[in-house]
Design a protein around this ligand. Sequence first.
Ligand SMILES: Nc1nc2c(c(=O)[nH]1)N[C@H]1C(S)=C(S)[C@@H](COP(=O)(O)OP(=O)(O)OC[C@H]3O[C@@H](n4cnc5c(=O)[nH]c(N)nc54)[C@H](O)[C@@H]3O)O[C@H]1N2
Ligand SMILES: Nc1nc2c(c(=O)[nH]1)N[C@H]1C(S)=C(S)[C@@H](COP(=O)(O)OP(=O)(O)OC[C@H]3O[C@@H](n4cnc5c(=O)[nH]c(N)nc54)[C@H](O)[C@@H]3O)O[C@H]1N2
Ligand code: SF4
Ligand SMILES: [Mo]
Length: 715
Amino acid sequence: MCETDQRLKSKIPGPDTGIEIKHSICDICTPGAHCGLDVYVKDGAILKVEGTEGFPGSDGKLCTKGACSRQYVYREGRIKTPLRRVGPRGSGSFEPISWEEAYREIAGTLNRIKKEDGPEAVAWYTGYSKWYRPWLHRLVHSFGSENYGTESSSCFKATQMAWTTVTGRNYRPDLRNANTYLGWGSNVLINWHIMGKELNAFKARGGKVIIIDPRETPTSTKLADIHLRLRPGTDGALALGLCHLVIENGWLDRDYVDRYVYGFEEFRAYAARFTPEYTQEVTGVPKELLYAAAKLYATNGPAAAYSPSATLTHHINGYNNFRAVIALQALCGNIDRKGGMLPIHTSLVYTDCGFDTKEHSFVTDTAPQHCKERIGDARFPVWAALSDEFQAMDLTRQIEEGTPYPIKALVGFGMNHRMFPQPKRLLSALDKLELVVCVDLVMTDMGAYADILLPACSSLERSELKGYPGGLLTCTEPAISPLYSSKPDPQIICELASYLDLNDPLLKSGYENTMRYLISDLSVTLEELKAAPLPIRVKEFKPYRPGTYLERGFETRSGKLELFSLLIDALHRPGLDPLPTYTDSFDSSDPVRFPLTLITGARLPNAIHSRLHDVPWVRSLRPEPAADLNPGDAAGLGLQEGDGICLSTSAGSVHVKAHLTEAVSPGEVYLYHGYREADANELIPADHLDPYSGFPGFRQTRCAVTKEERTERRQ
Ligand SMILES: Nc1nc2c(c(=O)[nH]1)N[C@H]1C(S)=C(S)[C@@H](COP(=O)(O)OP(=O)(O)OC[C@H]3O[C@@H](n4cnc5c(=O)[nH]c(N)nc54)[C@H](O)[C@@H]3O)O[C@H]1N2
Ligand SMILES: Nc1nc2c(c(=O)[nH]1)N[C@H]1C(S)=C(S)[C@@H](COP(=O)(O)OP(=O)(O)OC[C@H]3O[C@@H](n4cnc5c(=O)[nH]c(N)nc54)[C@H](O)[C@@H]3O)O[C@H]1N2
Ligand code: SF4
Ligand SMILES: [Mo]
């Protein structure tokens, strides 16, 4: 916190002011963060928010987005009551109805569809919000189906799949004990301020930083010792080139490879194609820099690496590129090693807290024994083998074509069609459904297509069980009552279970009771958690002992780190390679007509998907959607800063402003996603998907830029 902020920070308000400070959390981004909030409340209304000092990870800090929490809660467009559609789908004409009517109508239709077409005919989906997922997943199981899907169909799952293929589970960097940090497509100073803080400390104590990113970013300019500016999507070639250098120069950990790695010889032979010259040709990274990076990474260990959920995997060769990056870490003996990578054992909602809850049994206890294949399973067999969700990128197709079976209803919690490539296609497909239900905080364009809309409340209006690394657990209390007639999602889920009359007494016993169940193996009670101002350390906390998997074997078919995947080999699917082979990632459109590369989604400090585009403070930091272009390219196109441009691909076009910056390499164009008036995803071909993970090519589509006649933005 800067000095000015320190001065401005209020003293604890006296009792005569009527102001109370309530402890809550921000859940605008991923559960790994969820920063502590001090919420100043008077007469049931939020006056302001500040970060909570001493809170795990965030320790009093908030990012730009969390600092706007008050506006996020009180924003326009909050859904006030359950609504029933009265006009045509998409018209936005609704009438208010009671919760009771809404539940009865939803349950009646869903149970009828289940009887006539089977439970799989209902698709259940949740967007980026992750906190209520165990409840939703259990509800879907109790309903009798596996057709549960999430936004992780284009985030997180592909990285998890790649890690699981090689090691049997997911891994995280042990930065505190590392000597070198490999940030592969990671801009943590902007995207994850908590890790950014750790990385600053790491650098200050002499740690070496390698950043692999096509752009210059705050992270690369402030922290990198070596920055490799590769061409987008060529990460696999780069990783294989680095592996080749490590092997050729004898920098690999030979003993580790002999003992713990499976498929080394096949991998070595394949990687040998990626000579420095060839790797330079493919990636654009000078071979001297390749050499320096390989040497630093391999010889200044232990080395921790971080590659986020989105960067590498938003390419149609993303899963294999990610596996190649893991292979580099295996060759240098950094997996399951102190200061390298440590395994993740999830305690609660994707977070590794170092203790067990009953989340796994909560989710799986009611799973059906026999059901039809999930959406996307047939099209993406590696996904089918490694994921416990449906692949939502196949949802539109299955609704349109009705194969392998028709989908009749969709229930979406925090569902945003703008996350899908060619989102209008999904909206059109919804016309085929008998029932669309949306649960959201605000009326969205997706919500306008729903038959029934239900109002959810924000993290400041609810109680939430929340764990943090280091054995920490809390249960937040609502800072204010739920606004209007909104409810916490798990409460909606538990109540829906009752109206559906499911054979699930636990879910039907209500939200509070299910929270108690989740922690019933721990020595702490819900009351104790609620009473404590900060998360408390539970007695059952057991830190992981690095090297445990090296001793007892990895959870793969061979028990080793698989550079050659026995799982993929056993699938016998043409086109799916057990080795992390490299292919080009571009869509098939004409490079003469579309000469530039479009990268959509590189994060902005003031945005998170579609969620904050309507929140005034954050919006004011970049009021209009703009595409980032290199000034050299702009000059060639006759463009100046702020000019209106038409950005087009084989899938569609949008109209935005041009923002010129040297941070972007020539030939590349960056556009953030989720804007109503310029939806980046209309530019992404919906069928250009990674054959392993099913992920879209959000970050490598051929595009063209032309100057608009009029410079004002078109609607
Ligand atoms: N072009 C492009 N597209 C991308 C990406 C990209 O990089 N480029 N990134 C992808 C990635 S990594 C992700 S994670 C996805 C994110 O995609 P989405 O999950 O679709 O993201 P949001 O726009 O945040 O939409 C979430 C919705 O949830 C609602 N919501 C928020 N909190 C709650 C809650 O507590 N309960 C309920 N019921 N609703 C809530 C919000 O109001 C919003 O309407 O986008 C993906 N799409
Ligand atoms: N402020 C903010 N923070 C966020 C989010 C947000 O929307 N806003 N979203 C959250 C979510 S859901 C996610 S999944 C994470 C995503 O986290 P990240 O993936 O870290 O997010 P990005 O900024 O999209 O990508 C990181 C860097 O990758 C670079 N990059 C783009 N294409 C390539 C490529 O082909 N190869 C390589 N090596 N680098 C490439 C970009 O230039 C960028 O600087 O961020 C989370 N944090
Ligand atoms: S949006 Fe910012 S303040 Fe909120 S949880 Fe994420 S990192 Fe923390
Ligand atoms: Mo994400």
